[in-house]
Design a protein around this ligand. Structure first.
Ligand SMILES: NC(=O)c1ccc[n+]([C@@H]2O[C@H](COP(=O)([O-])OP(=O)(O)OC[C@H]3O[C@@H](n4cnc5c(N)ncnc54)[C@H](O)[C@@H]3O)[C@@H](O)[C@H]2O)c1
Length: 406
C-alpha cells in the first residue's frame, strides 16, 4: 500500500478503511493492540498509565535511552514485569508489537518515528510532529512510502467542548475574528525556562491547532511579536501576540503570556468567535456559550450531525489513544494523521519567523522553504523521491494548492 490519504481536513472523518496501513487488516474487536512505549519521562509516565488503563491495548515494552528511567516508570505504574530496552525496532520485533507510541523529546521524534515506520510499525507520536517543519514533512513522506499510519497526538484537540465551539462556528455563518487569550504563571523550572521561544514553541501549537479545527480553515499568513516582560522568570520571550490570516478570510488572533500572575485563564485559554450571525465564547473549561442574533436558536440546534458524538471525541491523551486504536482496527483516519497535523507546527515556525523578521510572513513561504530543506537533508532515497514528487507542500498536506501569489 502506498500513501496515507492526505487530502482531508483534520476535522473530517473518512470512510472505514485500513487507516493504519497494516497488511490484510485485523478484524474489529480482535485481541488488544500490542503497544511499545518509547520515552519514559514526565509525559511518558502519563502515557504508560493511559495505555495500562485501556482495555483495547496491551503494553508490551518500554524503550528509553535511560533504562533505569524505563524500569522506574514501570515499577511506579505497578508493571515491573514489562520488558525494557534502548532500541525501538529491536524491542518491537522481540515483543511482537503492533505499533509504537513515541513520547521522546522532540529532537528524537524524527529518528524514532522513521525507524519504526520503516520497520513496518504504525506510530502514535507526542506533539510536535518533529522538531522542525522539514523533519515533519520527511515523516509525512515516510508515512506515504511505508504505507504506515503516523498520527500526532495533539491531545488538546480531544475535547468535546472544543468540538462544541466548532459546531457553533459552523452554525453562525461566515467567521470574522477568532481570538484566544492565554495568561498563566507556571513555575516549570527546567528546559522551558531556558528555551528561546517558550510560549510559541512549547505551548501555542495547541491553540493554533484548535483554531484550524474551529474555523475549518488553514493558515495563510502571520504577523507576530514576541517579548519578555521585565519581571519574567523565563530566559526566552514568554509573551507573544500573533495575527493569522486564515483561508476564507477570517482572522485568528492569539495573545498570551506565561508570566502573568492573577486571574489566570484556563490551560486552553479564553476564546471568542465573532461571526456573521452571532458570537460564541469559550472559557476553555466549561461548555461554550453562544448568542445567535437571528434568535430562537439553542445550543442544541448548533450541533453538527457530522461531528462524532461528543462523548465519542474522548478526552486528552486517552481520546487520542482511542482514535489511534480504532484506526489500527480498520477505523477512520484519525485526527492528527501527520499530513493533517503539520500545518499546526508550520504556524508556530511562521510566528517565530515573523517575530524575528518583524514583518508579515506567508505560510507558503515557510512551507516551500521547508520542503526544499527536507529534500536536501533526506537520508533515505525512497522518502526523498516522495518529497521531490510533491507539487507543493500545501497540496501534499491538504490537497489545496499553494496560496502564494503568482
Ligand atoms: N500534550 C501535552 O500536553 C504534552 C505535555 C508535556 C509534554 N508533551 C510532549 O511529550 C514529549 C515528551 O516530553 P516529556 O516532558 O516527557 O520529556 P522528558 O524529557 O521528561 O522525557 C523524555 C524521555 O525520552 C527519552 N528519550 C530521549 N531520546 C530518546 C530516544 N532517541 N530513544 C528513546 N528514549 C529517548 C529520555 O531519556 C526521557 O526519558 C515531547 O514531545 C513534549 O512536547 C506533551
Amino acid at each position: 500500500m502506498t500513501g496515507m490519504p492526505p487530502h482531508q481536513t483534520e476535522s473530517s472523518s473518512q470512510p472505514a478503511g485500513d487507516a493504519a496501513g497494516r497488511p490484510a487488516g485485523r478484524p474489529a474487536g480482535s485481541a488488544p493492540q500490542r503497544l511499545l512505549l518509547v520515552g519514559a519521562g514526565g509525559m511518558g509516565r502519563a502515557w504508560l498509565e493511559t495505555i495500562l488503563a485501556e482495555p483495547r491495548a496491551e503494553l508490551v515494552g518500554v524503550v528509553d535511552l535511560d533504562l533505569e528511567a524505563a524500569r522506574a516508570a514501570l515499577a511506579a505504574a505497578g508493571a515491573p514485569q514489562v520488558p525494557v530496552g534502548d532500541d525501538v525496532v529491536a524491542l518491537a520485533d522481540r515483543t511482537a508489537a503492533d505499533a509504537v507510541v513515541d513520547v521522546t523529546v522532540p529532537a528524537a521524534h524524527h529518528r524514532v518515528t522513521t525507524d519504526a515506520l520503516v520497520a513496518g510499525y504504525p506510530v502514535l507520536g507526542e506533539k510536535p510532529a518533529a522538531a522542525t517543519v522539514p523533519e515533519a514533512l520527511s515523516l509525512a513522506a515516510a508515512s506515504e512510502v511505508t504505507g504506515r499510519l503516523f498520527m500526532v497526538s495533539q491531545s488538546r484537540r480531544f475535547n468535546p467542548q472544543l468540538f462544541r465551539l466548532r459546531d457553533h462556528a459552523r452554525a453562525l455563518g461566515a467567521a470574522g475574528v477568532l481570538s484566544t487569550e492565554f495568561f498563566k504563571a507556571p513555575r516549570f523550572g527546567g528546559f522551558r525556562e531556558q528555551m528561546a521561544h517558550p510560549l510559541l514553541v512549547d505551548m501555542a501549537i495547541h491553540p493554533f491547532d484548535a483554531a484550524r479545527l474551529v474555523l475549518d480553515a488553514e493558515p495563510v499568513s502571520v504577523y507576530c511579536e514576541e517579548h519578555n516582560p521585565p519581571w519574567s522568570w523565563y530566559a526566552g520571550d514568554a509573551a507573544a501576540t500573533a495575527l493569522f490570516e486564515m483561508t476564507g478570510g477570517a482572522r485568528f488572533v492569539y495573545t498570551g503570556s506565561w508570566c502573568s500572575p492573577g486571574r489566570e485563564t484556563s490551560w486552553n485559554g479564553s476564546w471568542r468567535l465573532s461571526a456573521e450571525h452571532g458570537t460564541a465564547l469559550w472559557d476553555g473549561d466549561s461548555d461554550p456559550q453562544v448568542e445567535d442574533v437571528r434568535g430562537g436558536r439553542t445550543a442544541e440546534d448548533a450541533e453538527d450531525p457530522a461531528t462524532p458524538a461528543r462523548s465519542a471525541v474522548g478526552e486528552g491523551i486517552a481520546g487520542s489513544l482511542a482514535a489511534f486504536l480504532e484506526a489500527l482496527d480498520g477505523g477512520p483516519t484519525p485526527m492528527g494523521e501527520v499530513h493533517g497535523n503539520v500545518l499546526s507546527l508550520v504556524m508556530v515556525e511562521a510566528a517565530v519567523e515573523s517575530s524575528a523578521r518583524r514583518g508579515r510572513v506567508m505560510v507558503d513561504e515557510i512551507l516551500e522553504r521547508a520542503l526544499a530543506k527536507a529534500v536536501e537533508a533526506e537520508a533515505r532515497d525512497d522518502v526523498r523521491a516522495a518529497l521531490a514528487s510533491w507539487s507543493s507542500a500545501r497540496e501534499a498536506l491538504t490537497g489545496a494548492p499553494s496560496v502564494l501569489p503568482g
